[in-house]
Design a protein around this ligand. Structure first.
Ligand code: M6R
Length: 570
């Protein structure tokens, strides 16, 4: 979703701003823009396309003399995708604001500002901020005005602002949303996502309810407390056409490496070992990984509930102070998960997260890193795999089993990737299909759900997952020659054979993944061995299938329409 990057430096920093915008794209965006201060004047440029399109808009004399700037990628929430709604939002050509999140009381503020004679050019809640600040600056000095602004705004937000009358500063504040600062070789960077910053060794995270006045040396009104950065190299797509494919291909390595990291140091906190009740909360793919844990724990003495974070918020299931809560999130910024965390009755909270400098692991009692490395593709692939491995390792530890040996699963996943041409051919054969049903049983049901989600988000083909046994209890009515039914069969299974016959009798198409089923129209044959992670190669085959459906349809695979990498609003 929306992203902020800002720079203040003794050298021109426009290219750094554009670089930052390019790196923010993975979050999902539909417009972008920047404001810069050059020779004591404020300039603003916006675009509805790629961030690079901003560069030619900036005149040379401005480009060479920029001392400070703020930039933004917008993912529309308040108002349509348009240049007037894109950020920065500018007041009277003098005040420029970029904002992530939502200002809850924007309507009330807008009405009162209109009464005072202010006019609005956008539908955004952000425009209110600059206008209100303008009013405050008439009565207060700058820091006081920002402090009053912070007291007035309600909601979850992070914002950065530059003022024409103060060309040496960026002002920043946040409420329950991340905003960071780092010293880089190119100057001081601020922003909402450390991945958008140039290389840096240390960073600090801004506190809520605090105004920060940033200059080219750091912060002039607060002492900052730096932490070591855990960000390594920027991922590249060197050998693959997209980040998503590159991330799918990283999986055999992760399957191999993650158990070894646990062998070196088991990260499970003591409260998990003692828990009689474990509540797992997540969204999307992370929720699907949680369902695996529930399935594995179904015959154990530990009672496990799994809840979708947005459902938990509405109606939390029974839990006590003694319950342990595991919150799973690739990004660590999913608003629904963060809100659910606040509503928990227990402090026994464990984050399972891929971005360790994000909000979730900073707020839970304990945290476990997924070690998936940066995931850029909006569709989660390797992070889901890392979640499933972490949960299996946790399950095994709870039952005092030795750390699993991942060799067979890693090798088998590698084999699937080497057979990608075969899967591609099947995807191209069925690319015009309109509806897909994915059937799974037992631990294959979460994999069917995850596969259907991957197909939906990457290829825009309608796909649903269901327990194989439920087919004849209703969904069979959907089956006709336009429907493809995918069966997940890690081992020969009479039951799936019956399903395939039922579908074929109604002229539906069938694709079986796993042990061969001679009655299916097509098979992706996978022999998984007997590892506890044997579901992963089937998941990889589904990822590739979804990927090649999208490729066959010529879609934007890394950034599917309407979606954002981290969903930071409710
Ligand atoms: O960052 P999170 O794991 O909290 O994100 C949760 C979902 O938004 C995410 O898994 C989403 O469903 C993915 N696009 C799935 O590929």
């Amino acid at each position: 979703m929306c992203g902020i990057i800002g720079f203040i430096s003794n050298k021109s920093c426009t290219t750094k701003l554009i670089d930052g915008l390019l790196k923010l794209r993975y979050r999902g965006y539909d417009s972008c823009g920047l404001s810069v201060l050059a020779q004591k004047k404020l300039y603003t440029f916006k675009s509805l396309t790629e961030p690079q399109s901003l560069l030619p808009l900036i005149p040379n004399h401005v480009n060479h003399t920029v001392t400070a700037g703020i930039a933004h990628t917008r993912w529309a929430t308040h108002g349509v995708v348009s240049l007037s709604n894109a950020h920065p939002q500018v007041t009277h050509g003098k005040i420029s604001v970029v904002c992530n999140g939502i200002i809850k009381n924007h309507k009330k503020l807008r009405d009162s500002l209109i009464q005072k004679g202010y006019t609005f050019e956008s539908e955004t809640d952000t425009e209110v901020i600059g206008h209100y600040l303008d009013l405050l600056l008439k009565k207060h000095d700058k820091l006081e005005a920002f402090s009053e602004l912070q007291k007035t705004l309600t909601g979850r937000y992070a914002l950065a602002c530059i003022l024409e009358e103060d060309p040496e500063c960026i002002y920043a504040l946040c409420e329950d949303m991340p905003l960071f600062l780092a010293k880089t070789a190119q100057g001081i960077a601020i922003g909402s996502d450390l991945y958008a910053f140039p290389a840096h060794d240390e960073f600090c995270q801004f506190d809520s309810r605090t105004v920060y006045q940033i200059n080219a040396n750091g912060c002039s009104n607060k002492t900052l407390h730096y932490q070591k950065s855990d960000i390594s190299d920027t991922p590249s797509t060197l050998n693959h056409p997209t980040h998503t494919l590159s991330e799918i291909y990283e999986q055999p390595g992760l399957i191999q490496d993650i158990p070894a990291l646990w062998r070196d140091r088991c990260p499970i906190p003591p409260f998990i070992y003692g828990a009689k009740h474990i509540l797992v909360i997540a969204c999307g793919s992370s929720y699907h990984s949680a369902l695996l844990l529930k399935y594995w724990l179904r015959d154990s003495a530990i009672h496990c509930d799994v809840d979708i974070a947005s459902e938990f918020k509405m109606n939390p299931p029974h839990h006590t102070k003694q319950s342990a809560a595991i919150l799973i999130s690739q990004s660590g910024e999913t608003a629904d998960v963060l809100i659910a965390l606040k509503q928990l009755k227990t402090n026994n909270t464990l984050a399972l997260c891929n971005v360790m400098h994000s909000s979730l692991p900073m707020r839970t009692t304990a945290k476990i890193a997924l070690h998936a490395k940066k995931e850029v593709g909006v569709a989660s692939t390797k992070a889901f795999t890392a979640q499933a491995i972490a949960l299996r390792l946790l399950y095994d530890q709870l039952h005092q089993r030795p750390i699993l040996n991942p060799d067979v699963t890693s090798e088998c996943t590698q084999q699937i990737l080497m057979r990608s041409k075969e899967i591609r051919k099947i995807a191209y054969k069925y690319r015009s299909i309109k509806n897909i049903l994915c059937l799974g049983k037992g631990e294959m049901l979460p994999i069917a759900l995850e596969g259907a989600l991957k197909i939906k988000e990457l290829s825009y083909i309608h796909a649903e997952a269901l327990p194989a046994g439920e087919l004849k209890h209703g969904p069979l009515a959907l089956v006709d020659p336009e429907v493809l039914v995918i069966t997940l069969t890690p081992a020969p299974c009479n039951y799936m054979d019956i399903c395939i016959h039922e579908v074929k009798s109604r002229h539906g198409k069938t694709l079986n993944i796993g042990a061969v089923c001679e009655h299916a129209d097509d098979n992706i044959i996978i022999s998984t061995g007997s590892s506890p992670l044997s579901f992963l190669p089937l998941n990889t085959a589904l990822q590739l299938l979804a990927y090649f459906f999208a490729e066959a349809k010529g879609l934007n695979i890394d950034q599917p329409r309407n979606l954002a990498k981290s969903v930071t609003v409710e």
